[in-house]
Design a protein around this ligand. Sequence first.
Ligand code: ZN
Length: 339
Amino acid sequence: MILKELLVPKRLLAASALIGRLPSGHKQYAVIEQEFLRRLAGWHGEQQAAYHLDQSSLQHSYQLHNVRLTFDEQIFEIDLMILTPQLVVIAEVKNFTGTLQFDPVFKQLIRISGNRHEGFANPLLQADRQRRMLLKWFTARHLPLPPVSYLVVIAHASTVLSTSGKDTQIGSVVCHAEQLETRLAQLLVRHTSNWADDTQLQRIGMMLLTEHQEATGDALTRFNVAANEIFRGICCPICRTFHLERHYGHWFCASCGRKAKDDHISAVLDYFLLFGPTMTNTQCQQFLCIDNRYLVSRILKQMQLNQGGNGHGIGRYYLAPPHEFFHQHYTLFRQRTSR
Ligand SMILES: [Zn+2]
């Protein structure tokens, strides 16, 4: 059972929103584009792992994707967590292509692509740190301590895996996504006794969900972009210009002639991704380039955004919708614009 679904990462969406709103000559454009591509590849890798897990016959388990927890003011993020009555498995998902060489002596990961050798942080050490942090998290909450195993899942079957030594641990921990089911079965066979029953698993799963903290912070600061450097307005998804006009309840693109009802949704979501989780009516007017507070009220009401703050006017603000809303809009948006 999936307790926390795999959703398109907000940092990927934020990088995408920023690329769409910056001139290609901007000094930070290449850096942001690189991060966008890296996160997009990571997202595709996690989708691969989720697909193979979904196809597996794993029973009596609870699965959580992208859990971000805090222990002792330190944040640890787990790509995939599988709670079973016998053990907990955490997986670090990687989307590397080419040939990966795991060096057991220097604990380093080297990617070889043509003549190029690149060093990366060792995912085994990352996964082991998450395992230790998760056990501390369990201990602090006086929960029964599960056996925790970790896997490093390489998304693509075409990625060549190799190791320069005779370290058998690497072979038992690192696997391709398509082997995920087999590896999980092998781990389960080795753990015959139960550390928790179904009720306890459910309770712990709900605790993990409650304590999961979404990464916040605005993308503009992170990428060192000034607010006045980005394009404002509602973007036409076809011709990517920002010249939309309001015509009888629709947005009309003066450049390509497109007419649509809900093009403002992407712009509102862009605001939350770029500036942070709250937005006033005035901020929305300025960002969407709409000189009409009543129209802004109406479209935000249609989006069913929750409100915070005091009073009726200036002290009120809108709150970003849940992550699921971003995910659904992104999926729908991709379907529509790829037609
Ligand atoms: Zn257009």
